[in-house]
Design a protein around this ligand. Structure first.
Ligand SMILES: Nc1nc2c(ncn2[C@@H]2O[C@H](COP(=O)(O)OP(=O)(O)OP(=O)(O)O)[C@@H](O)[C@H]2O)c(=O)[nH]1
Ligand SMILES: [Mg+2]
Length: 188
C-alpha cells in the first residue's frame, strides 16, 4: 500500500514475476490483486514458506469521506494484514507529505497499528547525489523508528533484500506465532 503512483503495482508485479520466472509452479493466484509469494529462507534455500501479497488501491491526498467508505472493503485488507509494505516514491520531492497522508488514511481505516516496512521505490530515478548510501536504514514514522529498504521496481535493485527481509520476518514469526496467528494460511 502507499500513496498513489508510488509504484505499488509495479513492485507487486516485479516480486511476483521474479518468482514466477524462477519457479512457475511455486505461486498460485488467489484473486486478482493477491498472489502467493514463496520465499527462500535466510540461507537462500527453498524453505516452502509463503506469504500472501496484496496490491491495494492508491492512497490519495484529501480522500473524501465518501470515498473512504467506498474503498473501505479494499482497504480493510490493509487493516487485516500482518505487515504493510508502505511503498514510497523516493523520487517525488513531496514524498514526506505523501507518507503523512498515507498515515492519515491508515488511522482512518484502523490500520495504523499494523507493523510496516517502508519501501523507498524508484531509486533508479534519483540523481547520483541522492542515491542511498546503504540499502536499509530506519525512518521516523509518527515517532517510531521503522525499517526502510531502498528498491527500484524497474531495475529490480534491492528486491532480493526485500525478499530476504520478508523471509526473515516469516521465520521470526514462526518462532513466536502467537504474535501473528493469521500468517499461517496453510498450517502443516
Ligand atoms: N523510474 C521508476 N519508475 C517506476 C518505478 N516503479 C514504478 N514506476 C513508475 O511509476 C508509475 C506508477 O506506477 P504504478 O505501479 O502504477 O503505481 P501505483 O502505486 O500502483 O499507482 P496507483 O495504483 O495509481 O496508486 C508508472 O509509470 C511506473 O512505471 C521504479 O522503480 N522506477
Ligand atoms: Mg496500482
Amino acid at each position: 500500500m502507499g500513496y498513489t503512483n508510488a509504484g505499488k503495482s509495479t513492485l507487486f508485479n516485479a516480486l511476483v514475476k521474479a518468482q514466477a520466472y524462477a519457479a512457475d509452479q511455486l505461486f498460485a493466484t488467489l484473486d486478482t490483486t493477491t498472489r502467493k509469494l514463496y520465499l527462500d529462507d535466510a540461507e537462500g534455500e527453498k524453505a516452502g514458506r509463503s506469504v500472501s501479497l496484496s496490491d491495494t488501491v492508491g492512497f490519495i491526498r484529501d480522500l473524501p469521506h465518501g470515498l473512504i467508505t467506498a474503498f473501505r472493503a479494499t482497504l480493510q485488507e490493509a487493516a487485516d494484514a500482518d505487515l504493510l509494505l508502505h511503498v514510497v516514491d523516493a523520487a517525488n520531492p513531496h514524498h514526506p507529505e505523501q507518507i503523512e497522508e498515507v498515515q492519515r488514511v491508515l488511522h482512518e481505516i484502523g490500520a495504523a497499528d499494523v507493523p510496516q516496512l517502508i519501501v523507498f521505490n524508484k531509486i533508479d530515478a534519483l540523481p547520483a547525489t541522492q542515491q542511498p548510501r546503504q540499502r536499509s536504514d530506519a525512518i521516523d514514522i509518527e515517532g517510531t523508528q521503522v525499517q526502510r529498504l531502498f528498491v527500484s521496481s524497474h531495475t529490480a535493485d534491492g528486491l532480493p533484500d526485500l525478499r530476504r527481509e520478508l523471509a526473515e520476518r516469516v521465520a521470526r514469526d514462526e518462532q513466536s506465532p502467537q504474535s501473528s496467528p493469521q500468517l499461517h494460511e496453510e498450517p502443516a
